[in-house]
Design a protein around this ligand. Sequence first.
Ligand code: UD1
Ligand code: CA
Length: 456
Amino acid sequence: MTLHIVIMAAGKGTRMKSDRPKVLHTLAGRSLLQRVLDTTATLQAEHTLVIVGHGADQVQKAIDVPAVRMVKQEPQLGTGHAIQQVVPELPDEGTTLILNGDVPLIRAETARALAEACGGQRLALLTVTLADATGYGRIVRSADGGSVQAIVEHKDATPAQREIREVYTGMMAAPTAWLKRAVMALDNQNAQREYYLTDIVKMAVAQGVPVVASAAAAEIEVRGINSPRELAQLERLHQAAQADALMEAGVRLADPARIDVRGTLHCGRDVEIDVNCIFEGEVTLGDGVRIGANCVIRSARIEADAVIHPFTHVEQAQVGPGSLIGPYARLRPGAVLGTEVHIGNFVEVKNSTLAHGAKANHLAYLGDSTVGERVNFGAGSITANYDGVNKHRTVIGNDVHVGSNCVLVAPVTLGDGATIGGGSTIAKDAPAGQLSVSRARQLTVPGWKRPAKLPK
Ligand code: UD1
Ligand code: CA
């Protein structure tokens, strides 16, 4: 079946009260429009067209996908007028699926089922039954309650029609050739003086094109966003659904209402996550991993039995099995930690590998460094990796002991088993197995007296 997808995204989004186009606001880390595009990418449509209007340039810049074409609607005279703009872009064949750029959680299965219900022959409408249908187009059925006769917009509905709770979600699939003719025949004789796409339903009925309505499986899939409040509400519903799926898979969440997954979180067995953690991008937590409260973890792999203590940030990093990280630690891009590494409070690691059993437990910075096994990196010690122009590497062998408050001026190498005396600035390589110290020798001044208070 030839499939074309049209995503309507030209509306103003007045109630967002934002300079950013509505469809570029984000839900769980991705823009509303990006979500719809990511979902529909799996449907293998021949054409994917996005109708843009308000903030078209910003939308175009944000969505830079070669397979997706933007079509401008200027001015915006209604949803029917929006579809008129893509008529020249669509061939006379197959099924055209119409989705909304501000309905972000539509599932691929639902979209596919809608396209299949059309099958290039019928007008298929995605509907939902709501407790409060205010504002929505009502599905008007024949007197016997059977076939769909029309969609009547809220503002045009009679009091009796306003009682109907079965509504149109804004998503439909239609035979492309017929749709093109139908939208070109629309008028704007209605309460809002708009070209309503929904008026094609009564045309279909009049012309004997079968109309089928299928109900959405879950309301969350058809919820549209019009305001910051609706955006936040849908975010919470989506997070609750993700938390549910995690718990279903055995993950123990201290509070399912206090976790945010803004990407994909893969978890092994016996994973425990405390409150207020944020996961972004693709994150993998191995068996037995424990994540403390208030951690932010982005694009990372945490291996089995590692513990991330509270208030730790991890970004584009890997943590080896059995490692202990935090509290208040920061792993930046390129931090790759082996097994049983300990990174303590106020320690920052960037673009560095730490081998088995290495420890930096307090107030330290390791940048652009290679750290051997069982190294102990003392409190307050840092690698000075940046000379103001270039970054340089620090190489620390196995079993090195770096005392407290040292500065390792890169490029520099500390041989296996070297010891660096506390307070040293090390700008030359330190030989293996020996003590290197660079601080001034301690002296005691004989006969020195503290100053006394001068007489007035
Ligand atoms: C529309 C439907 C209504 C349905 C509701 C579901 C029509 C006439 N009515 O109403 O039956 O219950 O959606 O949410 O279709 N858009 C454009 N260009 C325009 C106007 C709108 O691209 O000129 C886009 C908007 O950006 C939005 C979508 O079309 O993504 C729907 O527009 P909106 O104004 O929200 O339609 P509703 O009046 O809510
Ligand atoms: Ca709407």
